[in-house]
Design a protein around this ligand. Structure first.
Ligand code: C2E
Ligand code: CA
Ligand code: CA
Ligand code: CA
Length: 277
């Protein structure tokens, strides 16, 4: 048994080492992914309770020529450790606003949500950068929602309040992503320009069977209602989940049941199909 245990330890250490090498390789590749045009923007539709498409969330995709698809949960945290996330974030904003301008020209309008990392929002010129991209493509500011997570409030809250206030004045909206999964206190919602809450998939998954999740979701809906926030329910996968949430009014749904994240052309098709129905 002892010899066996020794072997197991060895195997374990080896796989850790392999993992470390893989992580290192991905980090190196990440530095050149942008200029090698390996990133794509996918869109996941957001629908109202009648099924009408209201908008989409932009989600970053990295297709590596040898390693294949690398999920954002793997590379975003790496990019967030340095200024790479700022470059990638700027590229994503530019690309999504450019694509929206294209859609508007062709008579297709939608609301766009974009994920913003803490490091991005605290850049000195963040406000100017966002406004200049909107101006460049002549897209109205009220089409754009910036999704931030509660982790952001661990940074300098005064600067962030300022940025949110300045951009809100121009018509942009702010959404709290993964609401209730972070470590920050709730007090921030009183003093910030917030327009939307996103209820995370972890609360939705078992909503038809778990009374704890029902209580948590109802609490979030009560907060949103009181604060006049819009609510997006994420990760809707089943009709039973939809039926549960249809007890409430004014919700926006996002999830595989409606549509998986897809490329721009497929998203525009999805929008257009609905118009013809
Ligand atoms: P998120 O912002 O919470 O995005 C929602 C994630 O849930 C997406 O995963 C989406 O594909 C997935 N999802 C949507 N509907 C369903 C469903 O019905 N079932 C299941 N199982 N999953 C669903 P994705 O695209 O892998 O993104 C993961 C995370 O990576 C995002 O979580 C976000 O935190 C981050 N991320 C993605 N794109 C960007 C970006 O451009 N910038 C930044 N800063 N972060 C990004
Ligand atoms: Ca998000
Ligand atoms: Ca989320
Ligand atoms: Ca998430």
């Amino acid at each position: 048994a002892k010899a066996n245990g020794g072997n197991q330890v060895q195997i374990y250490e080896k796989s850790l080492q392999t993992k470390a090498i893989e992580t290192f390789e991905i980090e190196q590749e990440l530095k050149s992914a942008l200029k090698r045009e390996q990133f794509k923007v996918y869109y996941q539709p957001q629908v109202d309770q009648s099924g009408k498409v209201m908008g989409a969330e932009a989600l970053l995709r990295w297709f590596h020529p040898e390693k294949g698809y690398i999920p954002p949960d793997v590379f975003i945290p790496m990019a967030e450790q340095n200024d790479l996330i700022i470059e990638i974030g700027s590229w994503l904003l530019d690309t999504t606003i450019k694509e929206m301008a294209l859609a508007i020209q062709e008579g297709n309008s939608y609301e766009l949500s974009v994920n913003i990392s803490p490091r991005q929002i605290v850049q000195k010129d963040f406000v100017e950068k966002v406004l200049s991209i909107l101006k460049k493509y002549n897209v109205p500011a009220n089409k754009l929602t910036l999704e931030i997570t509660e982790g952001i409030f661990l940074k300098n809250i005064h600067d962030i309040r300022n940025v949110m206030h300045q951009l809100s004045e121009k018509g942009l909206k702010f959404s709290i992503d993964d609401f209730g999964t972070g470590y920050s206190s709730l007090s921030y919602i009183k003093s910030l320009s917030i327009h939307e809450l996103k209820v995370d998939r972890v609360f939705v998954q078992n909503i038809t069977t778990d009374p704890d999740d029902v209580m948590l979701v109802e609490t979030m809906l009560a907060i949103a209602n009181h604060m006049h926030y819009k609510v997006v329910i994420e990760g809707i996968e089943t009709e039973d989940q939809v039926n549960f949430f249809n007890k409430y009014e004014g919700l926006i749904f996002q999830g595989y049941l409606y549509c998986k994240p897809c490329c721009f052309n497929d998203f525009i098709d999805y929008l257009g199909k609905q118009k013809r129905d």
